[in-house]
Structure formats: structure tokens, C-alpha cells
Design a protein around this ligand. Sequence first.
Ligand SMILES: C[S@@+](CC[C@H](N)C(=O)[O-])C[C@H]1O[C@@H](n2cnc3c(N)ncnc32)[C@H](O)[C@@H]1O
Length: 387
Amino acid sequence: MSYASVVLTERGHRRLLTGHPWIYKGDISSVESAESGDIVSIRDSRGRHAGFAFYSATSLIALRIISHEDEPDRSLFRRRIEKAIELRRLLYAQRSMERVVHGESDGLPSLIVDRYEDVLVIQTLSAGAERIKEMIVELLCDLLSPRTIIERNDPSVRKLEGLQQISTLVKGEAVTEVWCREGGQLVKVSPLTGQKTGLFLDQQENHEAAAAYARGRVLDAFAYQGGFALQVAKNAAHVTSVDSSAEALHVLKENCHRNGLTHIDTIEANVFDHLTERYRMHATFDMVILDPPAFAKNRGSLAGALRGYKEINLRAMSLLEPGGILMTSSCSYHLSEERLLMLLAEAAADLGRHYQIIEKRTQARDHPILLSMPESYYLKCIVLRMM
Ligand SMILES: C[S@@+](CC[C@H](N)C(=O)[O-])C[C@H]1O[C@@H](n2cnc3c(N)ncnc32)[C@H](O)[C@@H]1O
């Protein structure tokens, strides 16, 4: 098969050799008749073949590396999906729901595959991944025999690639909800309408870890459908879950009902206001969980995001009883672990209180971190204990 060529600058070539799977527009010296979505042959500045990549003419990320040597044919994509499945089976013998393919970290650039029981939800987030969607669906059918495949291609990043935002059934029977299991509890997933692909699977291992710290009264802020609440409820006397989404809290209540849990309350509110109100009322908790959406979506918004993160953490800290636990997350890649810890230390100092770092956690292992791609380490989850 013949491929159009894209020639890298010296700097682009050096970046390629680091193993980073993205090459930016500015690191390309010429493009030979390639269109968005094409698989192209990468050439170094001396014209030597250096690998294959998805090409995008519109995005700042012009090349997403597929391989440095192997021909990017159907069998390569099949092998990559098989390897991704193999990792999940190594991690979890059995799992009701999991991320089966995590894009670049599984050697499948901009492809996401989540599994909820026998329902698969896919995202093709670049023009290249979109182009091979049909083949990917065939391979997934072959390897995992799903009942249904849904496409959740509504993330706004698709616009950067000149792609439409759509959510639709791709294969199999129409499914609006799936009941899965997490840590022994039943959880409802709406793959077509829920946030992300239905759930925040990257927090799944942290949900279970949170249960071990829970006791007494727990405040679960940014609760969504109760990922944390349902787990901490096993050990807590009472859980209050706060979220601004009425739809999410409705599902949380359904989850409680289904699991026979009567000690979880839901409050529809802005967490910033709610924490202030609680402080004003001198409320205290034995554990506070903070799991906000990404406040820093890019480097430009980091300054404002830092203020937001500090504010909610300071307010959450002020509600803790001595010995109380704060489990605080950030899913912004742009907020590094170092910066997050600094910000937590500043908040503690402002309050004149002292905390121990009990645990540093990250995204669930089925969202692997690619060693050569710092951007793939995005979720930080810090467990602090008030002294
Ligand atoms: C990262 S998700 C939380 C996921 C959840 N903790 C879990 O583990 O399943 C962030 C949640 O924050 C909610 N949210 C966003 N901004 C909010 C705000 N200012 N106040 C309250 N909730 C907010 C969203 O509706 C969403 O459910």
C-alpha cells in the first residue's frame, strides 16, 4: 500500500524519537498531498521513513503516531486491541465495567472503548480514528462479541478535527440503560445520555479505596451518580451527595433504591456555595470527597482553575473533624501533582491546620499512563488526614 509522506523538522524528528505519540503542526516541514484522516508515512528531515501516523490538517496535533515500523494494516489494529484486552484481564480477572482501550496509552491513538457488561461505547476523537471506525467496530465484534456498540462521539475535541458531534447506536440492539456492578453495588449506566461514556470509569479504583477510609458522616461533593457515595456508604453512618446535575442525582437515588441504601441524601447545588453554607452553619464531617470536573482545560485557564481548586479544598478542609479524611481529586493534566500538593499546603496554612498525606492515587489502571506521554497522567487523587 502507498502512503502520502509528511516530512518532519529536525525538532519534530527528535520529538518522535522520545516516543511521544503526538507531533505538532509546527514540527512539520512539508506535507505531500495528505488529507485529514489519512494514514501517512513519516519522513525525517533527510527523507528517511520513520513511522506511520494519522494525519490531521486542522488540529494543532498534526500527527498521531501509530507505529514506528509496522505496517498499519488491519492485523496491527487487531493485535493492539488484543493487547489492550490482555492488560485488562491481567488487572482484573472479572470486571462488570472497564475501559478496554485508552487511546495512545494502548497504541491506538484517539480511540476510546469502554465496556459496560456486554455493551461497548466507543469514541473516535481524531479524523484518523474516525476513518477506521468501521474496521474497529468489526474487530471489537470479533474479539468481544458485544450485544451493542454505541458511539459517544459528542466531545467538543472532535470539532478541532473538523468532525461532527454525534451519539448514536452503531451495532446491535438499542440500549438506554445497563445495570453494572461496582464493589458489590448495582450501578445504573446510561451510555447514550450519561456524562462521558456513561460513567467516570477512571475513578473506579478510587471509589473502592475511599470505602476503606469512610466512617461517620461523609460529604461527597461533585457526586455525579454516586460513584463514591455507593462505596463509602458501606462503612459510613451517613452520606450527603452534592452535585449541580438533577439528572445525575436522580440516577443516584435510583442506585440507592436498588441497593437498599437509606442513609445517602442528595442535594442539588453548586458545590462552591454549598461548602460555604455548611461552614457558616458550623457543620463538620469525618470525611469529605472532592471530585470536580477539570477546571483547567488548557494552560491558559490554569490561573483561574488554581483559584477554584484552592477555594474548594480550603472550604472542604475547614469542614473536617480532627482525624478526618479529605479525598481530593483533580482530573486536569495541566494541574501537576506538585502544583496540587502546593495548593493543598497553602490552603492548610491559611486555615492554620496540619494534614498528613496518607495516600497518593491516580487514574484506574485500565487508563494506563504512557511513560513517554506526560499528558496521559492526568488524574490525581490525594488522601489527606487532618492531624
Ligand atoms: C468528575 S465528575 C464526578 C464523578 C463522580 N464523583 C464519580 O466518581 O462518579 C464531576 C461532577 O461535578 C458536577 N459539577 C460540575 N460543576 C459543579 C458545581 N459547580 N457544583 C456541583 N456540581 C458540579 C457534574 O455534574 C459532575 O457530575
